[in-house]
Design a binder for this molecule. Structure first.
Ligand SMILES: [Zn+2]
Length: 91
């Protein structure tokens, strides 16, 4: 049984677990063309292609970072509702 990377709770086999990937790419004009509608898959492929053409010593976490996490259904809902973790209005 695996634990949620966010809350630490064990995820049972009867629950659906989720993988999330976070790609952070420097907003350099040339990296992603914001004027075109592109799918996430195409954008990631484009960034990875471009990263592959840059010498490895130039690719730093300041330019490009990618992380993946394994999370439980509750944490998925929390992250979808507030992915950037900003403060929520009082209800
Ligand atoms: Zn969780």
């Amino acid at each position: 049984m695996r634990q949620c990377d966010r809350c630490g709770r064990e995820i049972t086999q009867r629950e659906t677990a989720y993988h999330i990937w976070v790609w952070i790419v420097a907003a350099v004009n040339d990296v992603i063309n914001n004027e075109q509608e592109t799918s996430l898959a195409d954008a990631v492929k484009d960034v990875e292609y471009r990263m592959g053409s840059i010498p490895e010593y130039l690719v730093t976490s300041d330019v490009y970072a990618r992380k993946s996490y394994y999370i439980c259904p509750q944490c998925k809902e929390i992250l979808l509702a507030n992915p950037l973790g900003g403060s929520l209005p009082d209800t």
